[in-house]
Design a binder for this molecule. Structure first.
Ligand SMILES: [Zn+2]
Length: 271
């Protein structure tokens, strides 16, 4: 039995990047999965007031978490888009404390070493998570005495830029649950659609037929785009739909004892 912690910056990061894999751990392995969302998503809208988007976005994450069978969705409540203004030590300690509290064996997050990550919140989330994994076993980091020290054995880093990501997880049986969870993020689907409209407008492309699309049509378009994306990933490994990660394991025990101890459910493959 392993415990899984997903650390993300925004409400829909997990659903986009790893929800099909998460649902496999929940359903097939019965692992407890926890999510920590560091920001309040307040910048994720073209139209809503700040107070409205914050409340709605939280509820959407809770609803998506229910679909995926998460044990808990926790919020850091930092201002969206401004994580880099917070001292890294402060964020790192929150993550260390949660790793210890839920006894996480597997951690998922943005890749601290991915090239070309454009979102500052993703970069900060990735780096502080990586540091938290490294130092959750050290009594001088985190909140001393709050929880027992812990050791994280495995990380699955989101493969936004896939050059070094060799772990493909077959999500053929969980793609529709992933999409259901993603579509719970109504405010973020509106944002995605809004940015599509803006792009078309700036480029002078007439997509007026889509402009007045109702919610269902919009959701179908996004669902199809996600299916296409995961099918494209699947082509690399012979799965119908896949999610892709850079897998990393930690520790020295395997080397000291000269034997394999950590058993990943989804081992890396050579492509
Ligand atoms: Zn994000």
């Amino acid at each position: 039995m392993k415990s899984v912690l997903v650390v993300v910056a925004h409400g829909d990061d997990m659903e986009f990047m790893c929800a099909g894999t998460i649902y496999r751990w929940v359903k097939e392995y019965n692992y407890p999965v926890y999510e920590l969302i560091l920001t309040d998503n307040r910048k994720g809208t073209y139209t809503l007031r700040e107070s409205e988007i914050i409340v709605r976005s939280k509820q959407e994450s809770i609803d998506a978490g229910k679909i995926l069978g998460l044990k808990e969705v926790r919020f850091g409540n930092f201002i969206d888009g401004e994580l880099e203004d917070i001292p890294r030590k402060y964020i790192r300690n929150i993550i260390i404390d949660m790793i210890r509290e839920v006894k996480a064996n597997i951690v998922l997050s943005w890749d601290p070493f991915a090239n070309g990550e454009d979102h500052p919140d993703h970069r900060v989330t990735a780096l502080t998570t990586y540091e938290a994994i490294s130092f959750c076993s050290n009594p001088n980091f985190g909140t001393p005495g709050l929880y027992p020290l812990h050791f994280v054995s495995e990380a699955y880093w989101f493969a936004k830029k896939p050059e070094s990501a060799k772990t493909f997880v077959d999500i053929t049986d969980t793609i529709e649950v992933k999409i259901d969870a993603l579509l719970k993020h109504e405010t973020q689907m509106e944002l995605t659609f809004g940015s599509l409209m803006l792009e078309a407008e700036i480029l002078g492309i007439d997509i007026s037929g889509l402009k007045d699309a109702d919610r269902n049509t919009r959701n179908q378009l996004i669902a199809n785009a996600v299916r296409e994306y995961t099918a494209e990933k699947g082509k690399h490994c012979g799965y119908k739909h896949a999610e892709q990660f850079r897998y990393e394991n930690f520790g020295m025990l395997e080397m000291v004892l000269g034997q394999k101890i950590i058993q990943p459910e989804f081992p890396p493959i050579e492509i």
